[in-house]
Ligand binder design. Structure first.
Ligand SMILES: N=CN[C@@H](CCC(=O)O)C(=O)O
Ligand SMILES: [Zn+2]
Length: 422
């Protein structure tokens, strides 16, 4: 199977040598090849260049991309897209004035989703989740990190991990699974949080590790959820079983979780709607990438992550959807790229870097995803005709995607019969 895309108006994120991360000032640079071609064989990018050098290349499928832009698929490094049902009733409660914390204190929020998930069959959960993912592939995302965290019992967390594993096996998208059993304190453990932490560290983590179905360990480090001592204990237990930390920190309050994450070589620290100088200091000279989730700030009307402060301090940043039923019920990365420009004051170049190569880094896959580089996987977006890539964030809430190539397969996103499963 070979695909040749010709007459590409702008081919974005072109790197001859394999970059895996861009940071600080370098984020302002988005390498672009004008009037280009791209050649794919099986699931791999083989060659690209200016059109004048395309002579003689043949392929089974040839796509004329005149007037269109081609770029690497979005890499969404933070999602909770395996969930059951929805939380529309809480949405109305919030419109009527209740805060996220007030809803959670009444037993709503994450505990509400956990109850729904526990009562949902594994098959049903799989179908709901893969259908969500198929919609998002059509919007240009080719790689997803997916967290557990709506199980909150050993059985239900393992059920979530099995669903993620099945999605990983059956979807064309690249999937990175994360164990987030420390997402909330279950009702049965309300007055004995330590016992729940023991359940996670002594039972769940070893079981998940043995089944080899999680790559990362996550904790919601926040007031009313898990403090920094709890976080540290859970990260240590995860690391013992080779699960690298990727954690929720500073969403509402600064507890010192960023430094704890960095200390344990977290791959990413996510949210950071609140941020102080100590956090920035901790992140400097680390391999930990900050991840901003502007969809959550939009939906909950909380502050946006101060991306400028991070980038201007020379740090990298990734952006992701946080797709979940409570704080961000949208997995549309096109909107996230736009919100990064409008609300986080990132340039289109910075936002596209944050959603491609740095998104891939934040899920540990940037050696093979996130840029147009020979030998990398062919996960690609072909846009509708556009004058310039800046139109992707500029025309917010539009879907700029016309076609996608995922794992080397060309997919017609307008065909309802199209199958995004292997
Ligand atoms: N804050 C913790 N977890 C999710 C929200 C989960 C929910 O409300 O269901 C987040 O990242 O925003
Ligand atoms: Zn989250």
């Amino acid at each position: 199977m070979s695909i040749l895309i010709t007459n590409i108006k702008q081919l974005l994120q072109v790197h001859d040598s394999n970059v895996t991360l861009v940071k600080g000032k370098d984020m302002k640079t988005l390498p672009v090849l004008e009037n280009a071609y791209l050649y794919v064989e099986h699931d791999t990018i083989i060659e690209y260049g200016e059109m004048k050098y395309c002579d003689g290349l043949e392929a089974e499928t040839v796509i004329d991309a005149t007037g269109k832009i081609v770029l690497p698929s979005w890499c969404d490094s933070h999602t909770h897209m395996v969930y059951a049902g929805d939380r529309t009733s809480e949405f109305v409660d919030r419109i009527n004035g209740l805060s996220y914390a007030e809803i959670a204190n009444r037993g709503g929020g994450i505990l509400n989703s956990a109850k729904l998930l526990q009562d949902t069959s594994e098959e049903d959960l799989y179908e709901q989740s893969i259908n969500r993912m198929e919609e998002l592939i059509k919007m240009g995302t080719g790689a997803f990190e997916i967290k557990t965290g709506y199980g909150l019992t050993v059985d239900a967390e393992l059920k979530m991990l099995r669903v993620i594993k099945r999605i990983k096996q059956e979807s064309l998208a690249k999937i990175a699974p994360t164990l987030l059993a420390a997402h909330a304190i279950p009702e049965a453990y309300r007055t004995k949080k330590d016992k729940y932490i023991k359940l996670i560290t002594e039972q769940l983590i070893p079981k998940a590790a043995k089944q080899n179905i999680a790559y990362y360990i996550d904790v919601f480090c926040e007031e009313g959820y898990f403090d920094i001592n709890d976080t540290e204990a859970i990260l240590k237990a995860g690391l013992k079983h080779k699960l690298r930390p990727k954690i929720h920190v500073n969403q509402f309050n600064i507890l010192g979780g960023v430094a704890v994450g960095v200390k344990h070589n977290a791959l990413s620290v996510d949210h950071l709607e609140e941020l102080n100088e100590d956090d920035i200091k901790a992140l400097k000279n680390s391999d930990t990438i900050p991840v901003a989730l502007p969809g959550c700030s939009y939906f909950l009307s909380i502050p946006y992550t101060p991306a400028r402060q991070l980038i201007d301090a020379g740090l990298p940043i990734a952006i992701a959807t946080d797709y979940n039923p409570g704080s961000a019920p949208s997995g549309n990365m096109n909107f996230i790229v736009s919100a990064a420009c409008v609300k986080l004051k990132m340039t289109p170049e910075e936002a596209i870097n944050a959603a491609t190569i740095n998104g891939a880094y934040a899920m540990g896959i940037s050696n093979l995803y996130g840029s147009i580089t020979r030998g990398k996987k062919a996960n690609l977006i072909i846009t509708k005709p556009l004058n310039h890539y800046s139109e992707i964030p500029y025309a917010f809430a539009h879907n700029p995607v016309e076609q996608v190539i995922i794992n080397g397969q060309l997919k017609d996103i307008n065909n309802p019969e199209e199958n995004f499963r292997i």
